[in-house]
Design a protein around this ligand. Structure first.
Ligand code: ZN
Length: 62
């Protein structure tokens, strides 16, 4: 009996657990690693301005 393993859309790996994440308004099923990365990248994209400002403020303080 063959059980179809879920395949991650990010790394094409067969994994036990897939996580549903929304990337660019689309629901994508990813493994936990790719889901974490997608989440981080989404946050970085959204908060890039504040991150750059924070870095500049940090540099200016030295
Ligand atoms: Zn993956």
């Amino acid at each position: 009996m063959i059980v179809a393993m879920p395949t991650c859309r990010g790394c094409k790996d067969e994994v036990d657990t897939l996580v549903s994440v929304t990337v660019g308004g689309k629901k994508v099923k990813l493994c936990e690693d790719c889901a974490d990365r997608a989440r981080e990248e989404g946050e970085i994209a959204r908060e890039s301005e504040s991150v750059i400002q924070g870095m500049m403020g940090y540099k200016g303080r030295r």
